[in-house]
Structures are given as structure tokens and as C-alpha cells.
Write a protein that binds this ligand. Structure first.
Ligand code: TXD
Length: 307
């Protein structure tokens, strides 16, 4: 049986956190790629020194050559610039679009059968571009945003109610931006509707904080954006693929008519297994949630139109 191979395209803040989590969880042999000389090599060397202590058995290599990602099973893409205070995710479009084209070509040439998880912002446009430029099957190219946005929603609700975040079940759908859609009607505390615990007015305040949570971290850090939580979220998606878990995770996936959208990458409940996106689940949304999703879809379409 071949050892699994995890390629991380981008060795910056999230890339380093991804590499460390992949090593801790022994997901497979890790290749950390970046265009900056020394950066992936230095982070890989540092993590390799922690592996004996972590009691892990994976190998890790830093590289500036795409040839080293050959036949990777999973590619997680963080290549691109991150936000600084005052910047919107959309402000990154032009710079990161150019980077994503080169990344898509590198993956297409060296790991065309990989499951690709795009993290780079603006997320919905970048995952669209990665799939189009690589020509890889849409079910094998997804964007990570919904797992993170849902985790933020769950964390805030858990804090509000005073229960474990593990007991909170929630999904945030739509685009990864100010128009994202926390699906209140499907949010529960271990199957108990959230309305039993939190008032509508307070839920509206919390959902507003969810939409601004990325910016909240950026304004505190001042030098970049969140990286621990995006890394953990992408690793959850990778494990569902690698272990054929068939978990239903909110992911930026290519819709083919679901929710009334055609050929549009946007956050939706996706069943992720060994074949990639094996099913996209259509849940019943309230009229206001569907309206919010339509607004979000329109914002994504407008952004993708600028590519
Ligand atoms: O939920 C989400 N999807 C978002 C995504 C959550 C947080 C951050 N989000 C975005 O991820 C963020 O706005 C950025 O667009 C990416 C990566 O964020 P990160 O914080 O890791 O950015 P860094 O630390 O600047 O790292 C980016 C690396 C850096 O080392 C560059 O040298 C490298 O990308 N880079 C490249 N790698 C490969 N190929 C090319 N062409 C390239 N250009 C730059």
C-alpha cells in the first residue's frame, strides 16, 4: 500500500500550520511548496525536528519545485497574499488570481488526480479559477470556507450559551464574505433548536460577528489574517477524503442546478469521501435564508466575473 502524500502549496502562516497539523495527525508524507527560497525548507526542517517528539512517523520536505508534489493524494492551496487591516478579501483578487493560475498549472502537471482544497482568498473566485485553469473534475476541487465560518458560529454560540462547542451543530453557507449565510433554522445544540437557548435578537448580533470574524482577527493581528482555524478546517476536509469518512461539510463546491444555481462555486453542504465531493445536499431554507443565499450567489458571480 502506497504511503499517502499531502502537498501544501504555500508555506506561509496557514501553510505552516497545515504542515504541523498533518504531521501531528500522521495524514501522510508532507511536501511543503513555496516560491520563496528557504521558507518551505526551513519550516519543514523545523517540523521534522518535532516529529520524534510528536511520536509521528511521517516525512516532511520543503521545496521550491513542483516536481516534488508528484502524485500527491491531497493538495491544499494557500498560495497568495493575505489581508492587512482595511483590506477586503476582494481586494486580493488580481494578485491572487495570477498566483492561482500558476498553482493550477503546477497541480495539473504533477498531481492531476489529487483532491484539491483551495484556501486562498477571495475564496469563491480562487477555487473557481483553480478548477477552470487545471481542468480537474469539479468534484475533486473544493474551497475551504464554510467549515471555518461554521466553526466561528459554533464557537460564539457555545460561549453565549455556556456549553461545549462540540454540542453545537451549525452551518454557514454561501460565499466567503460579508454575504455569507449562517443557517439559523438548522442550528441546534445536540438536536435541540438554538431558539431554545438564544433570542432572535441576540442570534442576529452573533451572526453579524460571524460575518466579521475574519476581519476581527486581521484588525488584532495587523500583519495578516487568521491561520490556526483555517488550517484546522481544511485538515477536517482532507481527512474526510483520505479516510473516506463521507462527512457532510459546508464547502465551496461547483453547483450544477442545486439551490437554483448552475456552474457556480459557492458554499453548500457537501458529502466528502474518497471520490471527492460525492453528493451536494439541498436543505430546506427559510424564505429569508434563501434570499440571503441569492444575494451571496450574486456577489460571488460578480466577483468571478471580474476574473
Ligand atoms: O477561510 C479562508 N478560506 C481564509 C483564507 C481564511 C484565512 C486566510 N485566507 C487566505 O489564505 C488569505 O487571504 C491568503 O489569500 C491565503 C493564505 O493566507 P496566509 O496567512 O497563509 O498568507 P501568507 O502567510 O502570506 O502565505 C502565503 C504564501 C507565502 O508564503 C507566499 O510566498 C506564497 O503564499 N506564494 C506562493 N506559493 C506558491 N506559488 C506562488 N506563485 C506563490 N506566491 C506567493
Amino acid at each position: 500500500m502506497e504511503r499517502r502524500k499531502i502537498a501544501l502549496i504555500g508555506a506561509g502562516n496557514i501553510g505552516g500550520a497545515l504542515a504541523y497539523l498533518a504531521a501531528i495527525k500522521e495524514l501522510g508524507d508532507i511536501v511543503l511548496f513555496d516560491v520563496v527560497e528557504g521558507l518551505p525548507q526551513g519550516k519543514a526542517l523545523d517540523i521534522s525536528h518535532s516529529i520524534p517528539v510528536l511520536a509521528s512517523s511521517v516525512s516532511i520536505k520543503g521545496t521550491n519545485s513542483y516536481e516534488d508534489i508528484k502524485d500527491a493524494d491531497v493538495c491544499i492551496v494557500t498560495a497568495g497574499i493575505a489581508r492587512k487591516p482595511g483590506m477586503s478579501r476582494d481586494d486580493l483578487l488580481n494578485t491572487n488570481a495570477g498566483i492561482m493560475k500558476s498553482v493550477a498549472q503546477g497541480i495539473k502537471k504533477n498531481a492531476p488526480k489529487a483532491f484539491v482544497i483551495v484556501i486562498s482568498n477571495p475564496l469563491d473566485a480562487m477555487v473557481t479559477l483553480c478548477q477552470k485553469e487545471s481542468g480537474m473534475p469539479p468534484e475533486m476541487v473544493v474551497g475551504m470556507a464554510g467549515v471555518l465560518d461554521s466553526a466561528r458560529y459554533r464557537a460564539f454560540l457555545a460561549e453565549e450559551i455556556g456549553v461545549s462547542p462540540v454540542s453545537i451543530n451549525a452551518m454557514v453557507l454561501g460565499g466567503h464574505g460579508d454575504t455569507m449565510v449562517p443557517v439559523r433554522s438548522h442550528t441546534t445544540v445536540n438536536a435541540i433548536p438554538i431558539s431554545k437557548f438564544v433570542s432572535d435578537a441576540r442570534l442576529t448580533e452573533i451572526e453579524k460577528r460571524v460575518r466579521g470574524a475574519g476581519g476581527e482577527v486581521v484588525s488584532l493581528l495587523k500583519t495578516g489574517s487568521a491561520y490556526f482555524s483555517p488550517a484546522a478546517s481544511a485538515i477536517e476536509m482532507a481527512i474526510s477524503f483520505l479516510n473516506d469518512q463521507k462527512r457532510i461539510l459546508p464547502s465551496a463546491v461547483m453547483l450544477k442546478g442545486q439551490y437554483g444555481y448552475q456552474d457556480l462555486y459557492i458554499g453548500a453542504p457537501a458529502l466528502i469521501g474518497a471520490k471527492g465531493v460525492e453528493k451536494i445536499i439541498e436543505i430546506d431554507l427559510t424564505d429569508s435564508e434563501k434570499k440571503e443565499l441569492d444575494v451571496s450567489a450574486a456577489a460571488v458571480k460578480e466577483l468571478v466575473g471580474l476574473l
